[in-house]
Design a protein around this ligand. Structure first.
Ligand SMILES: NC(=O)c1ccc[n+]([C@@H]2O[C@H](COP(=O)([O-])OP(=O)(O)OC[C@H]3O[C@@H](n4cnc5c(N)ncnc54)[C@H](OP(=O)(O)O)[C@@H]3O)[C@@H](O)[C@H]2O)c1
Length: 237
């Protein structure tokens, strides 16, 4: 891989993917909303490998940001989208402000669609979106995020036809220990311990588990229109 853009690459799974790709010698651009988060990631990644790291401030929910991101990048071999903001989404549907639901759809679903729209003609290899286990095993607490995640499978199938031969796929993680859990207001330690005990893999995921899945999907020229479940068997439970 030569040149990869990771939208949401300032932390968690996207950051782990950036580190892996830089170690393999790829040039990597990470994008996100917070300059501080990007700067911290850049400091960490600068010594991570042989490839060059670039950071760009962009909100995937804003069309002007996504358009500028691709216009500035020129040709990109692979794009991974790991961006999501789970602030305030954990709770029952009757209690969720509609503005919060719209914000989730704007960033997670329409944001991914904007990547297809503005990446068309610029991305040469693949686009990979990030879904999540809640699309396949709803837990009664974050239904709008689950809906957005589930819709990404259909979006990827549609874009895989429209943008061919560019490949478009989805990685669907199970529970992974990343900073997003700080936004959920749940007892992470207790939740992880309980789930790990009943998962076939007997453990919670790591950002590197998901980074490796992204690398596989990006690198395999015969995978397109597919959802890859990387969840320790959570979708079987
Ligand atoms: N961790 C889990 O257990 C889990 C499980 C299933 C699915 N997922 C999914 O996996 C993906 C990666 O999550 P993670 O766990 O790695 O979380 P994370 O560490 O919080 O990373 C998410 C990144 O997305 C960026 N971001 C958020 N909103 C954005 C926006 N509107 N535009 C651009 N960047 C934005 C954040 O940076 P800024 O705030 O600076 O923008 C952050 O760096 C997400 O799609 C999440 O829904 C996670």
């Amino acid at each position: 891989m030569t040149n990869v853009m990771i939208i949401g690459g300032g932390s968690g799974m996207g950051l782990a993917l950036a580190r892996t790709l830089l170690m393999d010698g790829a040039d990597v651009t990470i994008a996100g909303r917070s300059e501080d988060r990007l700067a911290a990631a850049r400091t960490e990644l600068e010594s991570a490998g042989h490839g060059k790291i670039r950071t760009v401030r962009a909100d995937i929910g804003r069309e002007e940001d996504v358009a500028a991101l691709f216009a500035r990048a020129g040709e990109v071999e692979h794009v991974a989208v790991t961006a999501a903001d789970a602030t305030g989404v954990y709770g029952r549907t009757p209690d969720l402000p509609t503005a919060t639901a719209r914000a989730v759809l704007d960033a997670k679903l329409l944001g991914a669609w904007l990547v297809g729209k503005h990446g068309a003609g610029r991305v040469t290899g693949s686009i990979t979106f990030t879904s999540g286990i809640n699309a396949y095993r709803p837990n009664g607490a974050n239904t709008i995020m689950a809906a957005a995640n589930g819709a990404l499978a259909s979006l990827a199938r549609g874009l895989a036809i429209e943008l061919a031969p560019v490949r478009v796929n989805v990685v669907s993680p199970g529970w992974v220990d990343t900073p997003i859990w700080e936004q959920l207001g749940v007892d992470k330690g207790a939740a992880f311990a309980e789930l790990a005990g009943r998962l076939p893999a007997r453990r919670i995921g790591t950002p590197d588990d998901i980074a490796q899945a992204f690398v596989s999907v990006m690198g395999n020229g015969f995978i397109t229109g597919t959802v890859l479940h990387v969840d320790g068997g959570h979708h079987l439970t």
